[in-house]
Write a protein that binds this ligand. Sequence first.
Ligand SMILES: Nc1ncnc2c1ncn2[C@@H]1O[C@H](COP(=O)(O)OP(=O)(O)OP(=O)(O)O)[C@@H](O)[C@H]1O
Ligand SMILES: [Mg+2]
Length: 253
Amino acid sequence: MACTIAITGKGGTGKTTIAGLIVTGLVAAGRTPVLAVDADPNSCLDEVLGVSARATVGSVREEARERSSSGALSGMARTEWLGLRIAESLVEAEGFDLIAMGRPEGPGCYCYANNVLRDVLARLAVNYPFTVIDNEAGLENLSRRIVRSVDLLVLTGDPSRRGLETVRRLYDLAVEMKISYKKLAIIINRLRNDAVPPDFNILRAAVPADYFLALPENADVAALAERGEGMAALPRANPVAAMMDGFITDVLA
Ligand SMILES: Nc1ncnc2c1ncn2[C@@H]1O[C@H](COP(=O)(O)OP(=O)(O)OP(=O)(O)O)[C@@H](O)[C@H]1O
Ligand SMILES: [Mg+2]
C-alpha cells in the first residue's frame, strides 16, 4: 500500500535535510520508486536530492490560468494541457521522482489552487510505494489538506529549550487542528557533542510519539550543504545517515 511521509516542524531545524535522507534511505533500502514532493516554495529539496526542478505545479497552474483568460485554452484542452505540463515538470532520477509544488497563491480562487495541488498529488502518488513530502515550517500545508492522509508525520526541532517547546506546541496544534496521521515521529536535530538536552525527556513524556530520534550535529552534513551537494553523497556509515537508516528500518518493520 502507498505510504505517505510528511515532514514539518520548526524553521531551519533540518526538515529538508531529513526529507532528503528519508528519500535516499528508502532508495538504498530498495523501496523504489519514491515520490519526493517539495511542498515548500522557499525550499530546495531538489538540491538536497542532487537534481534540479524547473517548473512547479503552481507555475504550471498559473500559466494555464493565464492561457484560459486569454481564450487560448478551455475545457478539456485545458485539463489535458495541465496534465501534460505537470507530467513534464516531474524530475526523474535513480530510484525516485521529484515534483515541486510551488506557490498555490496568485489571482483566482485559492481553493481551486489547493484542489489542483491535491489532485495532482493524489493522481501521482498511486504509482509510488512511498511519497515523502517536505513541507514549509509550521502546519500551514497540512492544514490545507493537500494530502488526503498522512501515514507518518515527522516533526523536527532543535535541542534548545525553546526548540523543544516549539515541537510540543506544534504537536498540540496538530491535535487541535485535527491533522490526521497514523504514526508520529519526533526528530530533534543538531545535538552538540551528542548530548541529549535535559528537557528531551520532558518532551517524551508530554508527546505520545511512536518514534523519538536525536540526531547529532555533523560536519559532513553541513559541508555537503555548503557545497550544494545532495545527501546521496553522504556515506551510509555517517552517524546521521546511519541513524536515519535505522529509523527507516524501524518504520518499515
Ligand atoms: N545534523 C546536521 N548537522 C549539521 N548540519 C545540519 C544538520 N541537519 C541540517 N543541517 C544544516 O542545517 C541547515 C538547515 O537545514 P534544512 O535546510 O534541512 O532545514 P529546514 O528545516 O528545511 O529549513 P527551512 O525551515 O528553511 O525549510 C542546512 O544548512 C543543513 O545542511
Ligand atoms: Mg526546508
